[in-house]
Structures are given as structure tokens and as C-alpha cells.
Write a protein that binds this ligand. Structure first.
Ligand code: PLP
Length: 258
């Protein structure tokens, strides 16, 4: 009987693997391994940069996966989750409302989606224009809330990318300080995808230097502690250059999604 059961277990397990279906223990093990590898690498990069691992928050980007994977991730202790599309964030927040998740919006937000996004988001990383920040401020005022927000800066200078230009954002500080219902906590950037680690390092260092310079003459309402930078391909470089939040998707789901 035991042998037969074992045989059934093995063939089912094998069939599931051939079909690309992950069984739950398999999914937990994979995600758990990926997570501990990422955490180890963050810690190693932090120590290379003369920093403590605890200074760096891991934001798990869940845009590639469904609810089953997210549940495993939360079970493993990841509760800060990021989505780049507002509609996806709404849907997942609704379906996973039983979990203690803090959702972060990391992609572009259109003005007509602000009202529905704000009650669900604990931070918006993509404050990429004065117009959208103004709308967020108005909506947050109606909710009686202050919304944590990062200013997205286009450090790579790529015209196809969103975000403030590095040279303009500094001059906007006094104006940004007038928005009483947004709490500007730092800067965010995406390194250019082409160009490798050297280019990424240059972009990350540029964001850190911009933050340091802005911090020296910031109005008291604005505290620029956070640097949200680094994704699966470049987070170790980002940590070496001062990231306080890394946004990691695919590295957490290796072997889980293609
Ligand atoms: C998708 C995405 C990430 C995560 O990307 P990976 O390379 O899969 O880690 C991080 N930040 C933003 C803004 C994204 O859209």
C-alpha cells in the first residue's frame, strides 16, 4: 500500500512538473529559496557598501504572478508588494484582502485612476509629474489622509522614460512642499535596461547625489530618506550605491514563472 501510494505520489508529481503545474510544496520551496538567495545578496551588497542589511527594504513585485504565488510570498514574510498597473493592484488588493499586505504602486498613474488607487496604496513610487501629484494631493485631502510618495526621476535621460528630469526636480521643491496631503519621502528611478551594471551604477549614483544635494536645502515638510532603486538585474549595484528600497520581481519567481 505504501509503495503504491508512493508510486502515485511520484507519477502525479512528475506529471505536474511535465505540465508545468507547480504543486504547493514545490511552489513554497522555490519561492522560499529564491527569497533567501535575494536576501543574502542584499546583505552581501550592503556590507560591500558599508551598510547594514536592515537599512534595505525588499519590495516584492508581483506583476508576473497570480494569487497562489502571492499567498506563498506573504506566508514567507514578504508583505510589502508592488504592482506597476493600477488595475492589477485594485484586483489583487480585493482578492487578497484577507492578507496583511502593504501595496505599493510602482508604475505610471493616470489621473482618472487616482481616486480608486489611493485607499489601497501605502506608497506611490511613481510621482512623475506636478499634475499627477496635484491630483493625488486633492484626492488624499478628500480622504483625510497624507499619502507617502516618491518622486520618480529620469536619471538615464532616456526621452522614452517617464519621470522628472534631474535638473528640474530640485527647483520644484518649494512648490511640492505646498501639497499638504502628500508626504514626499524620497526619490525613485529605473536604470536604463541596456548598458549593463556600469550604466546602472552611474544612474543610481546620480539619484543618490541628487537626493543628497536636495536634502541640504529641502523645506522641512519634505524628508528625502528613501531611494527606491534596483530591480532583479541590478539590485546589488543599487544597494552598493545607497538604495533603501529594492523592487524585485523575476528573481523571486525563478523556476515558478517563465
Ligand atoms: C517590473 C518592475 C520591477 C521589477 O522588475 P524585475 O526585473 O522583474 O525585478 C521593478 N520596478 C518597476 C517600476 C517595474 O515595473
Amino acid at each position: 500500500m505504501i509503495i503504491i501510494n508512493y508510486y502515485i505520489y511520484c507519477t502525479t508529481f512528475h506529471a505536474a512538473q511535465v505540465l508545468g503545474i507547480q504543486t504547493m510544496p514545490d511552489l513554497s520551496a522555490r519561492i522560499g529559496e529564491n527569497l533567501s538567495r535575494v536576501r543574502q545578496r542584499i546583505a552581501a551588497a550592503a556590507s560591500r557598501g558599508g551598510r547594514h542589511a536592515e537599512e534595505i527594504k525588499l519590495l516584492a513585485v508581483t506583476k508576473y504572478v497570480g494569487n497562489a504565488e502571492i499567498r506563498v510570498l506573504v506566508q514567507a514574510g514578504c508583505t510589502d508588494l508592488g504592482e506597476s498597473r493600477p488595475q492589477q493592484l485594485w484586483q489583487k488588493a480585493r482578492e487578497l484582502a484577507d492578507l496583511p499586505i502593504r501595496w505599493h504602486l510602482i508604475g505610471h498613474l493616470q489621473r482618472n485612476k487616482v481616486r480608486r488607487t489611493l485607499p489601497l496604496a501605502s506608497m506611490i513610487h511613481s510621482g512623475d509629474s506636478l499634475r499627477i501629484i496635484k491630483t493625488i494631493n486633492e484626492s488624499a485631502a478628500e480622504l483625510g489622509r497624507r499619502v507617502p510618495l516618491l518622486l520618480e526621476v529620469n536619471t538615464s535621460g532616456d526621452p522614452a522614460k517617464g519621470g522628472f528630469q534631474a535638473h528640474e526636480v530640485e527647483a520644484l521643491l518649494p512648490e511640492l512642499a505646498m501639497f499638504r496631503h502628500v508626504e514626499i519621502q524620497g526619490l525613485m528611478c529605473m536604470a536604463s535596461l541596456e548598458g549593463g551594471q556600469d550604466t546602472a551604477r552611474r544612474d543610481f549614483a546620480a539619484l543618490r547625489k541628487l537626493r543628497d544635494r536636495m536634502r541640504s536645502h529641502c523645506p522641512p515638510e519634505i524628508v528625502l530618506d528613501e531611494l527606491s532603486m534596483g530591480m532583479s538585474g541590478d539590485y546589488e549595484t543599487a544597494v552598493e550605491e545607497g538604495a533603501t528600497i529594492v523592487r524585485i520581481g523575476s528573481a523571486l519567481f525563478e523556476g515558478v514563472v517563465q
